[in-house]
Design a protein around this ligand. Sequence first.
Ligand code: FAD
Ligand code: NAG
Ligand code: NAG
Ligand code: NAG
Ligand code: NAG
Ligand code: NAG
Length: 534
Amino acid sequence: MLRSTFILYALWASVATAASVPKDLKACVQKAFAASDPDKRIVSPGDATYTDARMGEKIQFDEFPALIAYAKEVSEVGPLVKCALKAGYKPVARAGGHHFLAYSALNNSLVIDLAHVNHVQVSADKKTAAVGSGIRLGGLYTALGAYGATFVGGICPTVGLGGLISAGGFGMQMRALGMAADYVASAKVILADGTTVVASPTSHPDLFWAIRGGGGGTYGIVVEYTLKLSTFPRSAMLYLSWNETWNKTGNVRYDVAKRFLAWGPAQPKEFTSQVNVFKNSIQVVGWYLGGSAQQLGQIVNASGLLEIGSPQVVVSGGCNTDNSRLFGYTTFECLPDDQVDASIMNVIPEPYSKYADNAQFTYEEVPKSSTRDQAWPWQRTRRLSKSFFMQKSKPLTDDVLKAVVDRIGQADDGAQAWGEWHAWNLSSTDTGSAFAWRHQALAHLEFIAEGSEDAVVQEMREQWFADVEGLLRPAVGPASYPGFMDADISVNPLTAYYGSNVCRLVGIKSKYDPGNVFTNPSAIPPKAPQGISC
Ligand SMILES: Cc1cc2nc3c(=O)[nH]c(=O)nc-3n(C[C@H](O)[C@H](O)[C@H](O)COP(=O)(O)OP(=O)(O)OC[C@H]3O[C@@H](n4cnc5c(N)ncnc54)[C@H](O)[C@@H]3O)c2cc1C
Ligand SMILES: *[C@@H]1O[C@H](CO)[C@@H](O)[C@H](O)[C@H]1NC(C)=O
Ligand SMILES: *[C@@H]1O[C@H](CO)[C@@H](O)[C@H](O)[C@H]1NC(C)=O
Ligand SMILES: *[C@@H]1O[C@H](CO)[C@@H](O)[C@H](O)[C@H]1NC(C)=O
Ligand SMILES: *[C@@H]1O[C@H](CO)[C@@H](O)[C@H](O)[C@H]1NC(C)=O
Ligand SMILES: *[C@@H]1O[C@H](CO)[C@@H](O)[C@H](O)[C@H]1NC(C)=O
């Protein structure tokens, strides 16, 4: 099996190479990069580093771009867009490369990789920072930490800022503070004709609205954001864990999940929490922004969760901002300041571990802190996933919830399938972004599993996800997170990701990119799409 997969893959790669030697494109990119290291920053299908360079976080064999160009200056991006169009390819922006379907590395495209466009210039008053759109969250947090500031972003240190803000951006402070998209003051955007505009509440406000939550790779390429900075107060952290012992007592996983969905979203807005539903165990974790261990202990004691089975309970106070970023990775407790290992945040532009035997692309891999250790390489996966928003107006029935929890229990061991379900019910800090589910979402139900290189196993796992879709979609409706795109969604994807904003976004798209230069299979088109009348 392994051997035949390998032969098939080798054949595939060579076909891709032979079919598309993009000479004109390459010459044009070399010119655009003439100021420094033109040949070190271009990867073609024939290069040993091509497989590594075309893969983002996901191990995938669906998308084979024509060429990958690693920009390092904002000023290179406009000329790169023109190179792509002149040679007949689509320009595709890539920041962190986490897109679940690899839409930042499409076939027949020039990938404009922005991971090295990662400058962080903090203003004198430390209230804002001009930041390269390709920076990874860990690098951003590390750089801002040196100024005693932070950004209301997401959790994973290797996610890119460009993709996060395009999707909306949620994290463990969101119920009180809102989404990453709310913390953008302005953005510099390269349009389809290669020109640059500033998008802000007063300059191209329609574009400014769309690029925050209206989907990535659609309206233009954001090269720089001006971010509004925050500081987090001392906070408290919760970890409740029911291990496999409690699986034996019957409905513990279901009882906890049910109690959580009623309790988590109803708590004070400073408390953001999630339940992790595994095959044989379950956890509840949470972050109480500005709260003490005493305050958190009170809401946990009153939750009813402690009466289910006999969980391990950790309630710890005095957490700092670094703790908030490590949450869920290295620790579920607040470590004292001098013991926090923030190196996990100190990521380099190419932060991934090697895939199989493929040579890795590297170029000026400089971390944001020279005194902290560098983050260890981030493991790529064959991730399979789904996303559903449970709406305030349509809570899950007990029967459906029970069936979903059972379904997780039935997944094969190797799938490592689990549900990561976040309490939403965000408070009203909305700055008016295109993220569609802000006011209606009560909880986000994410499902994650490992894919397999064995086609039969892969098929079985895809069927498992199809069953989850069949169970949940009719129960919760179309709403899904645009940062978790899913090729097998059973409803119109545009409605799922953009809700009632679709027509407004189509109008903005047709104004700024009528020729559909920036696009991908789930992007807003310049004309009303089939099935939707605007
Ligand atoms: C392990 C993991 C953890 C995650 N955790 C969180 C989380 O805590 N919170 C959360 O909200 N989301 C989370 N996500 C989802 C993540 O935010 C989205 O997948 C996001 O789109 C990834 O951004 P990226 O820049 O890394 O990806 P990319 O693949 O580089 O880009 C994603 C999309 O945005 C476009 N794009 C990228 N940069 C630009 C730009 N500068 N201008 C215009 N378009 C651009 C791309 O073309 C592509 O369509 C997580 C995903 C993974 C895999
Ligand atoms: C991309 O191109 C390869 C061949 O180069 C092909 O096998 C693959 O199916 C294509 N992907 C998509 C999504 O069409
Ligand atoms: C939403 O959260 C607020 C606290 O911020 C709470 O008062 C309200 O009851 C919650 N709504 C729901 C539907 O849980
Ligand atoms: C929560 O309950 C535990 C066990 O009864 C008790 O020891 C603890 O003091 C309580 N915490 C608070 C903050 O009330
Ligand atoms: C499972 O949880 C119980 C109760 O918290 C604990 O006593 C036991 O040691 C745990 N077992 C394992 C294997 O972690
Ligand atoms: C745990 O629960 C799953 C279903 O949720 C079941 O298949 C499995 O046998 C249980 N394990 C034990 C040890 O009871």
